[in-house]
Design a protein around this ligand. Structure first.
Ligand code: C2E
Ligand code: MG
Ligand code: MG
Length: 564
């Protein structure tokens, strides 16, 4: 390497013609001396124009904080100066500032020019890479940020949250997930432009976590925050109107539901933490009382049960794990078994019988109920045929049809095919429907019921009075029987209001030519009262719990000996 030169005029004139920043340093030990700064760079930093060959460093005495962008100062001081003093390579992007504070990205490289043993001369070049870098930064921003709300998207939120949790192992964090209630409806009623504004508002709300924790837009109307527990104001979260949506100028009151997971397993992947907050959220969906729930193990267990049920249901149906239980329905006037209700039981392999209260709602959600109901219809027809083949007395059996089942256009023809297959007379197969089917689509329910009645299947209205449209059903749907469940009539006692209601309903039913079954009858007192008001039929533990078919056959044979 050659000797250190005095930096002559000829080189100055040459370098001043370049569209690249050039700085020449003389480095002696730890001392760095700027020998020359070319015109391009001087003009950039000072904002003044200069003649070629006349440029010189007029920033003498001023520190790099005058021209290095603050966020890059660390990089400049550590990496750049170290490389300058040592013999290190340097090829990095650094932002230089103009006097007005605006900045440009430069690719900075260091070249050794000469070394005489005591002093080394170093050239540093500054290539303007502003456009390319800014484009790259913008792309990065677009990858990390949700374009509508401008906050972190799912992936970026996961990444940053994981980093935050790892960096602060001693802090107790909370995952808070928000969902805008009835967001689809808002979009449909007020248009997507209003929907977008709601989302932006929501994003503003989660931005409150700025500087305390992380926040992001997970998907559609779901937002999330991860905060230290000590920063969470639960009282404020609990307020349904914590976020002010009023200035949107729409008539609908917008509220958000909140699911909280107190992070007790910080090593869990962040997406699973968000799932737990979601589980808590799902737990409150549809509840008018609360808009806030904290995830606990009970919720997780229920979710796991739901998952197992979903995974196993098809196989269970194929393997005959679903069994028909029959619960007798007694005639009060004749004191004998008048009919029975078929209730499904799941002989679950590693659990004892699972209650339909657990799996039926899940099947109603996932649609499997339609298959299960048809299975029950077929099983019941087989039982009826079997009883006939054995010469047993004809006892009608009712089967529950969920609303999904009823809304199958071919429902009636499917039932016909089954009854024909087993030679079952339609009046022996009763069909129980519930109010929800009516609430969903009264017209369609009427058509289905008419079709079924025309063939001769009796129609029962189950759980009468448990919904909002009981009397409309009576008015619109030609049903044959009402079932009133005493559990919906809390505080049953003779002579009280409940007694009066029951008496009135019975009287009304009689006028309409409809008979009444009281179900859920547990005590002799209830039975005696129902008899005194001449209720037609009783179903309940006071007589018998639902039982397997063979047991029912025995039971019915005994009871059948009574006067009918
Ligand atoms: P549901 O159709 O109203 O059936 C009556 C429920 O009350 C049955 O519960 C029965 O065991 C219970 N029960 C009967 N007598 C008494 C009593 O004296 N006291 C009390 N506390 N309860 C009594 P289960 O078998 O658990 O069935 C619950 C619900 O699940 C049924 O209510 C019905 O809605 C549904 N379900 C059962 N099997 C089927 C089915 O095959 N298909 C459909 N779609 N739903 C079904
Ligand atoms: Mg029923
Ligand atoms: Mg019922």
């Amino acid at each position: 390497m050659g000797k250190v030169k005095d930096f002559g005029q000829d080189l100055r004139e040459l370098y001043d013609k370049l569209e690249v920043g050039i700085v020449i340093y003389d480095v002696k030990g730890d001392d760095t001396d700027i020998v020359y700064v070319n015109k391009f760079l001087c003009e950039f930093i000072t904002g003044e124009t200069m003649e070629a060959g006349s440029s010189n460093w007029s920033y003498e005495g001023k520190g790099p904080s005058e021209y290095v962008y603050p966020k890059d100062m660390k990089k400049y001081k550590k990496q750049f100066l170290d490389s300058l003093i040592g013999d290190g390579e340097f090829s990095e992007e650094i932002r230089l500032m103009r006097k007005d504070g605006s900045f440009t990205w430069f690719k900075v490289r260091i070249y050794s020019l000469a070394n005489d043993g005591e002093t080394k001369q170093v050239m540093v070049s500054f290539d303007d890479v502003d456009k390319a870098t800014k484009r790259r930064e913008e792309l990065k921003r677009r990858v990390d940020y949700d374009p509508l709300t401008g906050i972190f998207n799912k992936e970026a939120f996961y990444r940053h949250t994981e980093k935050m949790l790892k960096a602060n192992p001693d802090v107790q964090y909370v995952m808070i997930r928000w969902e805008i209630a009835k967001f689809k409806m808002i979009n449909t009623l007020f248009g997507s432009e209003v929907g977008d504004r709601v989302l932006k508002k929501m994003a503003e709300a989660v931005k409150l976590a700025e500087g305390i924790g992380t926040y992001g837009h997970l998907e559609a109307d779901h937002f999330v925050m991860c905060l230290p527990l000590s920063n969470v104001d639960f009282d404020n979260l609990l307020r349904k109107d914590a976020i002010d949506f009023d200035d949107l100028g729409i008539s609908h009151k917008i509220v958000s539901n909140i699911g909280v997971y107190i992070i007790d397993e910080p090593d869990l992947p962040v997406d699973q933490m968000c799932d737990r907050a979601l589980m808590a959220l799902k737990n409150i969906k549809g509840s008018y009382k609360s808009s806030f729930a904290i995830y606990d193990d009970e919720i997780r267990k229920n979710m796991i049960t739901e998952q197992i049920i979903q995974d196993r249901m098809d196989e269970a149906l194929e393997c005959g794990e679903f069994e028909v239980y029959l619960q007798p329905i007694h005639s009060l006037s004749h004191n004998a078994v008048a009919s029975a209700e078929a209730l499904v039981r799941w002989n679950y392999k590693w659990k004892e019988l699972m209650s339909p209260g657990i799996f039926i709602p899940i099947f109603e959600r996932n649609g499997f109920i339609a298959q299960l109901d048809m299975y029950m219809f077929e099983s019941v027809c087989r039982i009826l045929k079997d009883r006939k083949d054995k010469g047993l007395e004809e006892i009608p059996i009712s089967v529950n049809a969920s609303r999904r089942t009823l809304y199958d256009r071919d429902f009636c023809s499917k039932v016909n095919a089954i009854t024909e297959k087993y030679g079952v007379e339609p009046h022996l197969l009763k069909i129980e429907i519930t109010e929800t089917a009516y609430t969903d689509n009264p017209q369609q329910l009427l058509e289905i019921v008419n079709e079924l009645k025309e063939v001769g299947y009796p129609i029962l209205m189950d759980d009468f009075g448990s919904g909002y449209s009981s009397f409309n059903i009576l008015k619109d749907i030609p049903i044959d029987m009402l079932k009133i469940d005493l559990k919906f009539l809390e505080g049953f006692e003779k002579g009280g209001k409940v007694g009066t209601i029951l008496t009135s309903v019975l009287r009304m039913a009689r006028w309409l030519g409809i008979s009444v079954i009281a179900e859920g009858v547990e005590t002799d007192e209830q039975r005696a009262f129902l008899k005194s008001i001449t209720c037609d039929f009783i179903q309940g533990f006071v007589f018998s719990k639902p039982m397997p078919v063979a047991e029912f056959n025995k039971y019915a044979a005994q009871e059948g000996g009574m006067e009918r």
